[in-house]
Write a protein that binds this ligand. Structure first.
Ligand SMILES: Cc1cc2nc3c(=O)[nH]c(=O)nc-3n(C[C@H](O)[C@H](O)[C@H](O)COP(=O)(O)O)c2cc1C
Ligand code: SF4
Length: 636
């Protein structure tokens, strides 16, 4: 089983033990442009988990090529020591280590003060609003020299290979993409810059494997790939590009993008081994892609961010034990926020040094968890894994809480199912006594004589203090719970702080209602990460939802809803409606924790009942609550 995926692969001078690759991804575990101890621990965990190849994140070859304040600097001579420590951490586990050398060109996500942006030509970039200047011949020579110098540094550090980023419309691609290269000198020739870079890197690090990453959905990349064949040991293809909102969604395609999205792209099989990446989450389909000849190896990057032990579990025949990536993209949201990488499903991702895996508890305790939303599920799973006796009480007939409720919307369906699947398995593994359809009041909890109670009672929708008459008013949660009305004139008042209003608007429009979305924030879906927000914008426009901006709910009265302009409140807008959907935030479900504490029971509250936030905080707090379970703390 999985013979193709788990078989060795030769890439130039380097043999990989299997064909599972962790492709380049920025971790923000970087300080002063150098790898940190957390960076080492992060990659060591994936090496220990059995991955064949780790390609380290985009590493700048010149200060002008730094994508963010947390980009690694390959051009710094003092970086060799940090990378060498990484080699020492990874190599004993049998994984091979490449680094991606990078220059962003006109793509910069930096905060002020930014270095001057330099590209093939002076063409502004729309997504990050960068206005580059055209590189001089001297700039270009310096960049090529920077690639060579960085490659030499990586060879000195002991890495196995170099990958040149020519994907996602960064600098190398800016030279070969029509419209972005308006030069009339020798660098006008599309592949010239990339070929010069490859020659410089090969000369500087002749013993290392050398590859190029391209975007498979780029026509321009398809045009140049043939010219690379004689110069590279492998090619790597992914999807998407950085300079547009739509293109960026493709870099980390979220559900409902189909799984194995990269499998549809042919045309890059020009000779060298090909690594294919994008939405491959399941080793069985990964094996099929390799066995069927689509790729020689597969990137399973978010799958490995979620479960570093995926390759080992696959090799041991424990595919069902793999913690599944749900495609929520919180990992890359951290990158854009400039915070260390994290994963909603695996709170240990990015915390490999500080949050060790659960060991068996010295003494078995009875833990009662109230609420099977993400926080309660995480607490129950963690306590169960440590060997405690765990009872999990849930009022509803299913696990998942608000995450399950959100699952009725197309964008959240797969994440909700995958989260439920992850926790069904973890609860079973921990022998958790799950009691669905069980209301837990203080008496019921106390009767179970717990050593610790974890309260994860969640939140409920906020009800605004405004007159709501003459129009039926419901909450976005009612829409998600169904059934959906049809043929109504609907206004959704959305505060921009979560996805429930956007999800409701889409569901109602697709069910045959006429829907206006009144956005009560500066931008649509203001606090959602950009990959989710942009996909929502696309889906809402396609569903013919009318999107109206900067509207603050005033009142509903006789068949209409009144709003004030957020920035000029004297300007009012009245929208006709017979149904008003409220998505104006949440309030915590409190009470039980305080009542149990008053009775002298040891209680820990987790997640939204402390104050509503995201699934990420809920799972982290649930995990930590169970993790901190100590005999002395409880009984002492
Ligand atoms: C947090 C994060 C950072 C990324 N940074 C890079 C990068 O530095 N260079 C790169 O070529 N791709 C980068 N990517 C894209 C990944 O290499 C990969 O192509 C993408 O995650 C899709 O593959 P997957 O579905 O297996 O996760 C990044 C992805 C993530 C999630
Ligand atoms: S944060 Fe979400 S998308 Fe990213 S690796 Fe974890 S589960 Fe997958």
């Amino acid at each position: 089983m999985l013979d193709a995926l788990l078989s060795p692969l030769q890439i130039g001078p380097v043999e990989l033990r299997n064909r599972i690759v962790s492709t380049a991804h920025q971790t923000t575990l970087v300080h002063d442009h150098l790898p940190t101890d957390d960076f080492l621990a992060y990659h060591e965990a994936r090496a220990r988990g059995g991955v064949g190849l780790i390609v380290l994140e985009a590493t700048a070859v010149d200060p002008s090529g730094l994508l963010t304040p947390h980009t690694l600097a390959g051009y710094r001579e003092d970086s060799a020591a940090g990378f060498a420590r990484l080699v020492d951490a990874v190599r004993p586990h049998g994984a091979r280590l490449f680094v991606q050398l990078f220059h962003g060109g006109r793509e910069q996500i930096a905060s002020p003060p930014r270095t001057p942006a330099i590209s093939a030509s002076a063409v502004p970039s729309r997504r990050f609003h960068v206005e580059p200047r055209a590189a001089t011949a001297a700039d270009i020579e310096a960049f090529i020299e920077g690639y060579g110098r960085s490659a030499a540094t990586m060879a000195e550090a002991g890495l196995d290979g170099i990958e040149i980023s020519a994907a996602h419309n960064y600098l190398a691609a800016q030279f070969f993409t029509p419209g972005l290269n308006r030069r009339d000198d020798e660098w006008a020739e599309p592949a010239h810059f990339l070929l010069a870079v490859l020659d410089a890197v090969r000369a500087a690090a002749p013993g290392l494997a050398l590859g190029v990453r391209l975007s498979a959905d780029s026509e321009a990349a398809r045009e140049v790939v043939g010219e690379l064949v004689d110069r590279v040991d492998y090619l790597s293809v992914a999807l998407g590009e950085s300079s547009t909102y739509l293109g960026a969604m493709g870099i980390v395609p979220p559900p409902p993008f189909p799984e194995n999205a990269i499998g549809d792209y042919a045309g890059f099989r020009v000779g060298p081994p090909l690594v294919g990446t994008s939405r491959i989450v399941d080793p069985v389909s990964a094996d099929r892609l390799v066995a069927g000849g689509a790729f020689e190896a597969v990137g399973m990057t978010r799958a490995l961010i979620t479960d570093p032990d995926l390759p080992r579990k696959a090799a041991e025949g424990d595919v069902d034990e793999i913690l599944r990536c749900i495609g929520c993209n919180a990992c890359i949201a951290h990158y854009h926020a400039g915070t260390p990488i994290a994963c909603t499903q695996n709170p240990r991702t990015g915390r490999e040094r500080t949050l060790p895996r659960p060991g068996q508890a010295a003494e078995r305790h009875r833990v009662v968890v109230v609420g099977a939303g993400p926080g309660g599920l995480a607490a129950a799973a963690e306590a169960g894994a440590a060997g405690h006796e765990v009872v999990l009480l849930e009022r509803a007939e299913r696990i998942g809480g608000q995450f399950a409720l959100a699952g009725s919307a197309p964008m959240h369906e797969e994440p909700a199912l995958s989260l439920a699947r992850n926790y069904e398995r973890l609860l079973a593994a921990g022998e958790v006594d799950l009691r669905l359809g069980t209301e837990a009041d203080a008496d019921a909890v106390a009767a179970l004589e717990p050593d610790l109670v974890v309260v994860g009672t969640g939140a409920r929708p906020f009800v605004p203090d405004v007159p709501l008459e003459g129009v039926t008013a419901i909450q976005s949660w009612d829409v998600l719970a169904g059934p959906l009305p049809t043929g109504r004139k609907v206004v959704v008042a959305d505060w921009g702080g979560d996805a429930s209003g956007l999800a409701s608007a889409e569901l109602l429009a697709r069910a045959g209602n006429e829907v206006a979305l009144a956005v009560g924030s500066a931008t649509l879906g203001e606090t959602l990460h950009q990959y989710q927000r942009n996909l929502y914008a696309q889906r809402l426009y396609r569903a013919r939802v009318e999107i109206l901006h900067h509207l603050d709910l005033l009142a509903a009265e006789s068949g209409a809803v009144r709003f004030a302009n957020l920035f000029a409140p004297d300007l009012e807008t009245t929208l006709p409606a017979d149904l008003l959907v409220l998505a104006l935030g949440r309030v915590p479900e409190r009470g039980l924790g305080e009542e149990l504490a008053a009775r002298g029971l040891p209680v820990k509250e987790v997640g939204d009942c402390l104050s509503p936030r995201s699934v990420e905080e809920a799972i982290l707090e649930g995990t930590l609550a169970a993790r901190d379970l100590q005999v002395t703390k409880i009984r002492g």
